[in-house]
Design a protein around this ligand. Sequence first.
Ligand SMILES: [Zn+2]
Length: 207
Amino acid sequence: MDQIKIGAFIAGKRKERGLTQMQLAEKLGITDRAVSKWETGKSLPDASLMLELCSILKITVNDLLCGEVVTMENYNEKTEKNLLEMVKQKEEADKRLLKMEVVIGVIASAFLLSMLLVGAYLQTQSMPVWITVLLIAVGFVQFIVAVVAALRIEQIAGYYECKECGNRYTPTLAAINFSMHMGRTRYMKCPECGKRSWQKKVLSKNI
Ligand SMILES: [Zn+2]
């Protein structure tokens, strides 16, 4: 998406409606600095504001994302381009999430291991037992928090592909929590065909 073009489009439509940046900002309940940032192409309006912004400027969300009024002739093509762009952005975000999951796993494991080692070492130094118990407890608690975060990422980043019918879907958190897995491949029941199989993690929804 071309932020500069979108920004100029917002500015043009705002002026057409005879609004200052301040007046538009007030209608949306935001600062005029935010409006200025959109108009100079430094940022895009939040998704949560888009509908209201479009209704004030009397344009469609599709117009907004294209940075121009979309005519009937090029409507489908433009809409598809915007959808593809959004899908691509989700894929990129999912990729980053999955990388982050690995980092979380490594750090949490290293931290747990060091708590165990330090705890064991303190016992050889005849320190009170409760210090060791505390260290091990802290190690396990942070590890469990990390596992919960990792499982949530496993659920929402990308999709799982059923080996039997090829269906790609987002599983429930419960299905993720209670399934065997090897790396990112999980043994789950497909919601489409109902068969159980080892299901591969894929980034895109389309085959
Ligand atoms: Zn299936």
